[in-house]
Design a protein around this ligand. Sequence first.
Ligand SMILES: C[S@@+](CC[C@H](N)C(=O)[O-])C[C@H]1O[C@@H](n2cnc3c(N)ncnc32)[C@H](O)[C@@H]1O
Length: 240
Amino acid sequence: MPTPASTAAEQLPARTAAVWAALDPVIGAGTPLRVLDVGGGSGMFAVPLAQLGHDVTVVDPSADALATLGRRAGTAGVGERVRGLQGDGDLLHEVLPTAGGDGYDLALCHFVLEVVDDPAVTLREIAGALRPGGQVSVATANRAGAVLARALSGHPVEALGLLDDRKGDRRRFDPAGLLTLVEGAGLRPGPWRGVSVVADLLDAASGADPSAVRALELALAGISPYRDVATGLHVLAARA
Ligand SMILES: C[S@@+](CC[C@H](N)C(=O)[O-])C[C@H]1O[C@@H](n2cnc3c(N)ncnc32)[C@H](O)[C@@H]1O
């Protein structure tokens, strides 16, 4: 089975390089996995995972996103390995009454905890859908990264407002808060990393070589102070 670290990652956006690298030992082990992508939207992760041979179930409340997912999976020739279900992350047990079977090997929860009703409930639902030993990949917006990005784009007042938890259009997280949330769902987190330390700050017209940006992302993702100001946070956690 090809792994993202080898060929596919070269075609994936540099901003998510660190997430794919963290997933690589799980998804590139040569065994087809049952993957649950909560809030998977139009399939930015689901379709490449299906192309790697995995069976992916996407749960998302957006009918439009699921329609795009279906089209994208069909175009990529993996329609049979991608299933879209309309539903909410905090009600997974209703959406997946029997579909979990023995439980999923891997769940993705990428940039969804910002918008669900209660992130703690969503993570508990995801933990309940995993098989024992199954893993969940959690990515969220990073408050520090949002403050910095807003300030650098010329909006100091809004940047200052984002320092306050209650302000802003959606939830944002800091590393300690995210790890506490993950542990509260009965999951064992590994080390956390930054998602897009520099890629989102680069002007598209900068002309920077994408493979050099990808290499830089991989080098910076796991170390402070760089990861602390990334656009997003990512952690892989396992169900006991
Ligand atoms: C920012 S997008 C992230 C999409 C994808 N996970 C990614 O990383 O590219 C947020 C997604 O969460 C979905 N969403 C919104 N509310 C949700 C809920 N309560 N449960 C699950 N997904 C939800 C949206 O429809 C959207 O597809």
